[in-house]
Design a protein around this ligand. Sequence first.
Ligand code: SF4
Ligand code: SF4
Length: 107
Amino acid sequence: MEKMIYLKDVVTLQLNEKNCSGCGMCVVVCPHAVLSMNNGKVQIENRDSCMECGACAMNCPTHAVTVQAGVGCAAAVINAALGRDGACCCVVEPSGDSENNRGKICC
Ligand code: SF4
Ligand code: SF4
């Protein structure tokens, strides 16, 4: 399966593991499989795949996960759809067996 990625090392996603109760809600709602469970606590597995949609933070009962929603890729996609300025910022990583081995723009 192709993996969506965002610009490297710019995502505002933060995790405070001490506050995580291990409920798993953030893992369930994340559309890009950024988060995963590890020994009863959540971990950030694919940071650069985060589109800063804010769903994880909105559904975290302990505020262990935070993100500055509306500034990243999700905002760019919405702005592009509405004809506003703002280019889409993500690409799809090549699967490896593709004839075209270059990343594709996601939107
Ligand atoms: S902000 Fe959205 S994409 Fe990023 S980790 Fe949270 S739910 Fe996943
Ligand atoms: S929603 Fe919050 S408390 Fe629940 S697993 Fe995710 S970070 Fe931990």
